[in-house]
Design a protein around this ligand. Structure first.
Ligand SMILES: C[S@@+](CC[C@H](N)C(=O)[O-])C[C@H]1O[C@@H](n2cnc3c(N)ncnc32)[C@H](O)[C@@H]1O
Length: 334
């Protein structure tokens, strides 16, 4: 008999639960169950699934707590299960589909190879992450939606907890879907925004900011932050960007911001700040993704952020804690 306790067993069982949730997300079961309980045969038809296999999946999902049997072989969504629908507050559907996406799955499954080689097994097979996204639009869509979901608890906190006094132009470098920029512009009606990212990402951001009525207060610029970034901002944001890159690559990005920023400008990094000690921190878990998926990207401690910013010509002035284990790091040009 094996000992069914301990971190290894938790991880092994957790993997089954993850796979079940990811399958539920992929088959869109939650959406089909949204209007009320369904019998397995009816749900199997709606999800285009194999009925006996779906029955086993639902039995496991009930133990996870996202569905509940209301009669034999008939299930309804629980409140937790609602989060597996698209477009509901706190939706986790894209995040689950992203985590089960082919390339991502390969990256995490080959972590030992990455650690052995000191080079991402994902990159060795598929090439750099953002090139992968360009070649796999569905993976890119899931990733962008995942980033937006991840940033949701941070949007209000960023827009309200930082003092934006005097900021007329706010430049969001590698701003993705533009959700953080939109949250700040919403709360600061006199401010203008610049969203900078690679071309295909900028076009999506333009559409979503325009749909929110913010299109005429924003400029949308596409480019490569290793070449240059937009000049003349009062405040620059790099949110979840630096952690994708090695120190060397990060210094190239930061040097371009330093060059473009006027002397009075400020820089904000929205990043994890890892504790220096053995305290558990979500950033240590997310660092496994950086290790698996990027070429030298990493979550950093406060002293690592201070050193990196210092080498790029900035002084780290303060670190403000945000929700979800994130921090806002303010830096001033020296
Ligand atoms: C982890 S996402 C962060 C997105 C956004 N700041 C957020 O917090 O949701 C990193 C972003 O960097 C962008 N990016 C990657 N390489 C880039 C490059 N060379 N030049 C400009 N943007 C780049 C990606 O398209 C992506 O939107």
């Amino acid at each position: 008999m094996i000992d069914s306790t301990g971190p290894a067993w938790d991880a092994i069982v957790g993997l089954s639960r993850f796979a079940a949730l990811a399958a539920m997300a992929e088959l869109d079961c939650a959406e089909h169950l949204a209007s009320g309980p369904m019998g397995v045969p009816e749900l199997a038809k709606a999800c285009e699934a194999h009925e006996p296999s779906l029955a086993r999946l639902l039995r496991e999902l009930e133990t996870v707590g996202v569905v509940r049997a209301v009669a034999p072989e008939t299930y309804e969504l629980t409140e937790e299960g609602q989060t597996l629908r698209d477009g509901v507050p706190g939706s986790m559907r894209s995040a689950l589909r992203m985590a089960a996406e082919n390339g991502y799955w390969y990256a995490m499954g080959n972590l030992a190879q990455t650690v052995r080689d000191g080079r991402s097994a994902f990159i060795a097979r598929f090439g750099p992450l953002y090139g992968y996204f360009q070649e796999h639009p569905e993976a890119a869509r899931l990733f962008n939606e995942y980033m937006a979901i991840r940033a949701a608890p941070l949007e209000a906190a960023l827009a309200t907890s930082y003092d934006f006094t005097g900021v007329e132009t706010f430049v969001d470098i590698a701003g993705g879907t533009g959700h953080l920029l939109a949250a700040v512009l919403d709360r600061h009606p006199g401010m203008r925004g610049v969203l900078f990212d690679i071309a295909h990402v900028v076009e999506n951001a333009r559409a979503s900011l325009s749909a929110r009525g913010l299109g005429d207060r924003c400029e949308f610029e596409s480019g490569d932050f290793f070449e240059s970034v937009p000049a003349g901002g009062d405040l620059y944001l790099l949110a979840s960007v630096i952690h994708n890159w090695s120190d060397e690559a990060s210094l190239r990005i930061l040097a371009n911001v330093r060059r473009a920023a006027p002397p009075h400008a400020r820089l904000l990094l929205l990043e994890m700040v890892l504790p220096d000690d053995a305290t558990p921190h979500i950033g240590k878990d997310l660092d496994m993704r950086m290790l698996a998926l990027t070429d030298g990207g990493m979550e950093r401690t406060a002293s690592e952020h201070t050193r990196l910013l210092g080498e790029a010509g900035f002084t780290l002035s303060r670190i403000l804690p945000l929700p979800a284990g994130a921090s806002l790091i303010e830096a001033l040009p020296r």
